[in-house]
Each structure stands twice: as structure tokens, then as C-alpha cells.
Design a protein around this ligand. Structure first.
Ligand code: GRF
Length: 193
């Protein structure tokens, strides 16, 4: 990745649509001395995202964008990222697909976390599909974002065992716990910290 940490932390924006438990884990990580990133912005397409309350708690700037006209939302976001000197975007449960144009303008600087062992189960309802497919394992993946859904280069993965009687709820919970560790680990990996 064409990013260097230098002495300062890399200014990062986290994009969310819902609960924001990965956002919280990234905020906690960012406060550690060893973290190469600081979280400087929270961006959401959904004013009702529960995760937005971390903005107040941790004094992080938040912005909400209506994606009815995606191109105009993205233009506004790109401007805001520039204005705030953001150099890394972490998607964390962000339910909108970013356009090629957006991705190209932030090339190699957008990461995502996905709750499956990619390339298996791209897209939605991963846990249900893993169970239906009678998988023995599932897990989570942190990857770079490219223009194809959940298809960019994989940075790190964590496997979890699917046990007898597992439900999508228990599996989601189990994987989410691992996600909270994996995202910071992946960031450490790409910045060698
Ligand atoms: C996570 O499972 C993430 O992998 C997926 O959406 C979920 C978001 O959860 N992309 P949270 O909002 O971080 O709690």
C-alpha cells in the first residue's frame, strides 16, 4: 500500500450503517500507542445508525449522507475526506456499494471487513448461507476494496468452527467477536506496526 505512517497517525474515516461494534473496536485500537491510525471521522448513510453515538462519546466528527443520488453523496464525501485530510477509509458494516469512481479516487486506501471466509459467501446473509451449505468453518475477512463486491485483495482472515446446533445468531455473535480483533490486526499488518 502506498501509505507511510511517518511520525503521525494516519487520519482515518470509518463508514457505518448500523450498530458500529467494529467502529468501537477501531476507536479503542486507535487510542493505543502502537496504533498507526487515528479515527477522525464517522460517516454514515443512515441517520439512525446506532454507531453514530460514538461520535459524541469519543468526540469524533460525524457526517450523514443521503445516498438517494449516489454520485452526489460520493462527491460530497470525497470533498469532506479531502478537507479533513483523511488518508484511509475503513468500511465497517457500511451497506452501500461505493462506485468505481469513488474507489479510484481513493485507490488502495479503502478497507472492508466481511463476515465470511472470502471468496466464499460474498454479499449479504453470509451466516445463513454458510449454515445452509453445511460448512464446517466460517469466519471473517479484512480486504482491500476494489470495484467488485467483496473481491479485493485479502489482508487477513480468521476461521471459526461451526458447531452442532449452531444458529445464524450464535454464528454471527461468534464471528463478530473475532472481527473486533481482526480489523486492528489487519491494519497493523499493512502498516507494519
Ligand atoms: C459485521 O459483521 C461486518 O463484517 C459486516 O457488517 C457487520 C457490521 O457490524 N460488514 P457492526 O455494525 O460493526 O456491529
Amino acid at each position: 500500500m502506498a501509505l507511510s505512517t511517518g511520525n503521525k497517525k494516519i487520519k482515518t474515516a470509518v463508514f457505518i450503517s448500523g450498530t458500529g461494534s467494529n467502529l468501537l473496536s477501531l476507536i479503542k485500537f486507535s487510542k493505543l500507542k502502537i496504533s498507526p491510525i487515528s479515527i477522525d471521522m464517522i460517516i454514515s448513510n443512515n441517520a439512525k445508525s446506532k454507531g453514530l453515538h460514538y461520535s459524541k462519546q469519543f468526540r469524533i466528527k460525524k457526517k450523514i449522507y443521503n445516498f438517494k443520488i449516489k454520485s452526489s453523496a460520493e462527491e460530497k464525501i470525497l470533498l469532506e475526506l479531502k478537507r479533513n485530510k483523511i488518508d484511509l477509509v475503513c468500511l465497517a458494516g457500511f451497506m452501500k456499494i461505493l462506485s468505481k469512481n469513488f474507489i479510484n479516487k481513493f485507490k488502495g486506501k479503502i478497507l472492508n471487513i466481511h463476515p465470511s471466509l472470502l471468496p466464499k459467501f460474498k454479499g449479504l446473509n453470509t451466516h445463513e448461507r454458510a449454515l445452509k451449505n453445511k460448512e464446517k468453518f466460517s469466519g471473517c475477512t479484512v480486504h482491500y476494496v476494489n470495484s467488485k463486491l467483496d473481491s479485493g485483495m485479502i489482508i487477513l482472515q480468521k476461521k471459526v468452527k461451526i458447531i452442532k446446533g449452531e444458529t445464524s445468531k450464535t454464528l454471527r455473535h461468534k464471528i463478530l467477536k473475532q472481527e473486533h480483533k481482526l480489523y486492528p490486526e489487519a491494519i497493523k499488518k499493512i502498516f507494519n506496526s
